[in-house]
Design a binder for this molecule. Sequence first.
Ligand code: GRF
Length: 207
Amino acid sequence: MSKKRVAVLISGRGSNMTALIEAAKAKDYPAEIVLVVSNVPDATGLTHAREAAIATAVIDHRSFRGDRAAFERALDDELRNFRIEIVCLAGFMRLLTAWFIGRWSGRILNIHPALLPEFKGLHTHRRALEAGVKQHGATVHFVVEATDAGPVISQQSVPVLQGDTEETLAARVLEIEHRIYPEALRLVAEGRAKLATPQPEIKNPRV
Ligand code: GRF
């Protein structure tokens, strides 16, 4: 079976992107990372992608001056130029509209550093420590319109240890992120995990 063509969308460090690139090197892995897109021109992850000889694109949301539809249109065009089949958000710090999500529904994944549905949104490690939970973790899920709310594909917990700081906890969670994202992408690429009710495609306000 041919490998699924995958784009990874980043905004920063790109360690999950690197984990996906590494996993995809395996002969029997069902997906290949063919494109990395960043909305931040100097994202560190771009350097790693280039070192790995993967095509990169920068689509800087700031150059669209608040026109979200135009930004997403450009992003969508780039993905289609590369005949992308699956999109992996990996530390991509832009909220996507219903138009974009509908267009990629069932084929767009995200990784979130918490055990969803707990701690949606930002600063998950700080909030987990403040809440005094004993278990924290990471989740890969299908992206739906509501933020951090799509069906879970893969999830794993880590213990919260006495004396943990945001940094120590983040590092423990990151280790499992790097494990579960490649696993989840494998499940989706092989058709073993599917979004039961894909979001409908709606019209882009600009088209
Ligand atoms: C990760 O913790 C991911 O779960 C969250 O943003 C962070 C991105 O890290 N969405 P990296 O850029 O993959 O290193």
